[in-house]
Design a protein around this ligand. Structure first.
Ligand code: SF4
Length: 239
């Protein structure tokens, strides 16, 4: 898929999937905790873990979580999975952010994007994906966070040869205007959940299959879309 096809594809997906901003109404710290909880689980289970954690500690703030024993956090987030790994990360990040008046995260988000990204990734337990999600969803920064849906679809669209996080992010950011990074990030995730699933993607119903490299490669030869003749092809055909 080239740049033009990518832009055409994203316009189609953007109109098909209205923006569902899951972070609306959440504090930046809640968005960070929600992103940590979301690793390797479903949206429903992440939300359940977040709600149970809120019930357990009263309010999801750095202070409350830093004061809560790790075992209690692990019990509260059980539904989100990997509780034994996520609980120390959540407590560790809460403690790290608990300096001064407890507003360190807001101050980080007020920095220029690259600086803010570095500071977030310097927190133990915060990797590039978590940092990019928080930057985009909590700070309005023009980062293109890459989750499993986006990584899979970028490969299917042949956007990048490499499969590492930074290469996929760089490719998407290169072709996406800054103001579109958040809505297009959300649109690709919605597409990955709805049609372009990991197993058995529903290509027959897909509105962007015309430009999809994976579809053009995998579907039977006789069903492939006939290439629309270019202007330069005119006159080359036999009468
Ligand atoms: S055609 Fe199939 S593989 Fe390509 S984007 Fe659509 S659902 Fe995904």
């Amino acid at each position: 898929m080239d740049h033009r096809a990518f832009t055409r594809t994203m316009r189609i997906l953007e109109s098909r999937y209205p923006v569902e901003d899951w972070a609306r109404g959440m504090t930046p710290f809640e968005i960070l905790i929600s992103t940590i909880l979301s690793q390797s689980t479903t949206v429903a289970n992440e939300r359940r873990g977040l709600n149970d954690l809120r019930l357990r500690v009263g309010a999801i703030t750095p202070k409350r979580l830093a004061e809560t024993p790790q075992e209690e956090i692990a019990k509260a987030i059980w539904h989100a999975g990997l509780a034994k790994q996520k609980a120390p990360r959540i407590r560790g990040v809460a403690k790290a952010l608990l300096d001064g008046h407890g507003d360190r995260l807001e101050r980080i988000l007020g920095l220029p994007t690259e600086r803010a990204r570095e500071e977030l990734m310097a927190l133990r337990g915060v990797g590039p994906k978590t940092a990019d999600v928080v930057l985009a969803m909590a700070g309005g920064h023009p980062t293109f966070a890459v989750d499993t849906h986006i990584a899979r679809i970028a490969r299917r669209w042949n956007l990048v040869r490499q499969s590492d996080y930074e290469s996929i992010r760089a490719a998407l950011e290169r072709w996406t205007p800054p103001a579109k990074r958040k809505p297009w990030h959300l649109a690709i995730i919605a597409h990955g959940r709805t049609l372009c699933k990991a197993r058995n993607p529903r290509c027959a119903e897909c509105p962007v299959r015309r430009d999809c490299d994976w579809y053009q490669r995998k579907r039977p030869r006789e069903q492939r879309t006939r290439r629309v003749p270019r202007r330069s092809d005119k006159g080359l055909r036999a009468p």
